[in-house]
Design a protein around this ligand. Structure first.
Ligand code: CA
Length: 230
C-alpha cells in the first residue's frame, strides 16, 4: 500500500517500542523505529514521518530537546510517550510544541485515538477551519456564536464562548492553562489559572448534566483542559 501513514517511534525501551510497533502495523500504519535521539533527528529529516511518538527519557539527548530542535523547522505532529507523570514536564512539552502526550502504561485504543487526533489537526492546519462543530449532542456555530445542547440554546458570556470555541477547535487535544490564557488575553497576560478555573466552573454548570463528571470538557489535572473527541 503506497498510502500508508508513517509513524516514527523514538523509544529506547525495546519492550515498549515493540508493543507500539506491533499495534500500529496491525492497524495499517508503516512503522519506523529509533532508539536514540541523534538517530531519530536524522531519520525525521530523511523519512518525513506523518506522526512522531517521542519518549522523553532517551539515553543521549533529552526528548524535550529533540522536540525543541524539531520545532525550529517542522510541524510534524509529536505525541509524547512518557513514563514520567510529572505535570510540569507535560506542560513544558506541550508548551514546547508537542501535540499531545500519553502516559505509560496505556491501552491500544487510547494510543490509536491520539494518533488519529494528531493527524487530523495536522491536516486541518492546511485547510480552512470548519465553521461548525458537533459532538455528543453539543453543537457550536462559530460564525453565529451559537452553542446548542440537545436542541437547546445555551447562553455563554463572551469569554466563556471563546474558551469553549478554542477547546472545540483543538478537539481531542489538551491545551495547557498558559496556552489558553495566551490565546484569550494575549501572550503577555498574567498567567492566572484562577480566572480560567472560575470561567470553567461556569461553563460546566451551563454545559454539563453533572459538572462533577463532565462529558464534554475534561480537566487534565495540573496541565489544562481537553474537549471530548469523537
Ligand atoms: Ca526511555
Amino acid at each position: 500500500m503506497a498510502n500508508k501513514f508513517k509513524v516514527l517511534i523514538i523509544e529506547d525501551e525495546t519492550a515498549i517500542s515493540n508493543f507500539i510497533a506491533t499495534t500500529l502495523k496491525s492497524n495499517g500504519y508503516m512503522v519506523l523505529l529509533s532508539s536514540s535521539g541523534k538517530e531519530a533527528l536524522s531519520m525525521i529529516a530523511s523519512h518525513c514521518p506523518d506522526v512522531i511518538l517521542l519518549d522523553l527519557g532517551l539515553p543521549d539527548i533529552d526528548g524535550l530537546e529533540i522536540l525543541k530542535q524539531l520545532r525550529k523547522w517542522s510541524s510534524i505532529p509529536v505525541i509524547i510517550v512518557s513514563a514520567r507523570v510529572n505535570e510540569e514536564e507535560k506542560v513544558e512539552a506541550l508548551d514546547a510544541g508537542a501535540d499531545d502526550y500519553i502516559t505509560k502504561p496505556f491501552g491500544t485504543s487510547e494510543l490509536l485515538a491520539r494518533i488519529r487526533t494528531a493527524m487530523r489537526h495536522a491536516s486541518q492546519n492546511n485547510t480552512i477551519q470548519n465553521d461548525k462543530f458537533s459532538v455528543k449532542g453539543l453543537s457550536i456555530d462559530f460564525g453565529k456564536r451559537l452553542v446548542i445542547i440537545d436542541g437547546k440554546e445555551i447562553h455563554l458570556t463572551q469569554i466563556e464562548f471563546k474558551i469553549v470555541s478554542l477547546l472545540a477547535k483543538s478537539q481531542g487535544r489538551v491545551l495547557t492553562y498558559d496556552q489558553i490564557i495566551a490565546e484569550l488575553w494575549g501572550p503577555y497576560a498574567v498567567k492566572d489559572n484562577q480566572i480560567l478555573r472560575v470561567n470553567m466552573a461556569n461553563i460546566r454548570r451551563k454545559l454539563e448534566k453533572n459538572p462533577a463528571e463532565p462529558q464534554y470538557i475534561f480537566t487534565e489535572v495540573g496541565v489544562g483542559y481537553r474537549m471530548v473527541d469523537e
